[in-house]
Write a protein that binds this ligand. Sequence first.
Ligand code: AMP
Ligand code: ZN
Length: 442
Amino acid sequence: MDLKLYDTLTREKRLFEPIDRNRVRMYVCGPTVYDYAHIGNARPVIVFDVLYRLLRHLYGADHVKYVRNITDVDDKINARAAERGIPIRELTEETYRNFREDVAALGCLPPDVEPRATEHIEEMKILIERLVASGHAYVAEGHVLFSVPSMPDYGQLSKRPLDEMIAGARVDVAPYKRHDQDFVLWKHSKPGEPGWPSPCGIATPGRPGWHIECSAMSWKHLGEVFDIHGGGIDLVFPHHENEIAQTRCAFHTPVMANVWMHNGFLQVEGEKMSKSLGNFFTIHDLLKDWPGEVLRFNMLRTHYRQPIDWTVKGLEESYNILRSLTDWPEFLTGKDERIAPSVLETLCDDLNTPMAIAEIHALHKKGDFASLGPTLRALGFHQRPESKRTVDAEKVNLLVAERLDARKTRNFSEADRIRDELAKMGVVLKDSKDGTTWEIAR
Ligand code: AMP
Ligand code: ZN
């Protein structure tokens, strides 16, 4: 079946043709490991996991190589380690372990390779030296900078007007830059900062800039040109634009990757997620209240390129839908994984997961459980979600009894108040002629 993917670089949905069908190669920018990943970070992880599963289905599991890096050198990491008074390595390892557990709970397969930036310093230095040798980079005061004017077609991915790009690059404007847009490949490390012996004959130690890390790791594990490069939409500029500049200029290639894919942003209850607004959720915390498959399902109900509004109402719906799609006993015992043709067709249309879910509903409605189970499992849904919400049963029973008393004395406003209080605790009441029973809503 033909796979069509939307390419951010050409701004069109195109037929995907791998460079080598026996070795389909995908790189996705991974986490910077200094703290728990938030639910926005989970979006690219889940979206590209679905793509990985689809590619494995289409080309064979042994013919797909998925690389997702770990950024374990970064100024945010240094600051956090200092704040906590622990070694950098301890912080990055702890954060990475948590990340791995969280995303496994979301039903995501581990990538084939998870390269760490600190283990690819040599490759970064080779790239940097090549760029300096070919006039695409220069040394200034212990730093190495990429010279943006040296690349006439710089900026094709983000297609931003030049003045916007300059404004974006000004974030770290420095006197040693020849041009405002130039960006750092290697920076000088002050005493106490992590540092490695520098390239290009620089005597003082230094550390890599963020963009060069991904150029080096993708080169090492996937080659000079590969098939798919992915990440969140916020990475288009400057991160991916600069990765393209570095890699293409180092290898004199017309492209770095044939398809550039970007997931839309996630917001929470209609607002940008931020710590100051109190609506910042880590995957780790959400997993305490919600089964991982519900978080995964909720993410996939929106097409990956659309913005997603993450709401409790949406999660409750997702829980109920997933419960009903898995409400037949053989689901739990089945093992095989295979995507039904009707579902495959929707996924091959630029990963249209909302349509895929509609087709899954159709299979359920038809009672085609022979197709439904293998399809759900192939998409990472292996178990029926079970509510994680716990309530204090004694307290609930007490409130139920109080409500009954209130009703007996015809104090209906009090009875309603108690019902609302229980609803807030996630308890639903069922009144019948035999009395009142209750259950946890999710
Ligand atoms: P970071 O650790 O900030 O580099 O982000 C890791 C990945 O998560 C990148 O692919 C980002 O684009 C993505 N990401 C970060 N925040 C969000 C968000 N709110 N919605 C969707 N993706 C996000
Ligand atoms: Zn990257």
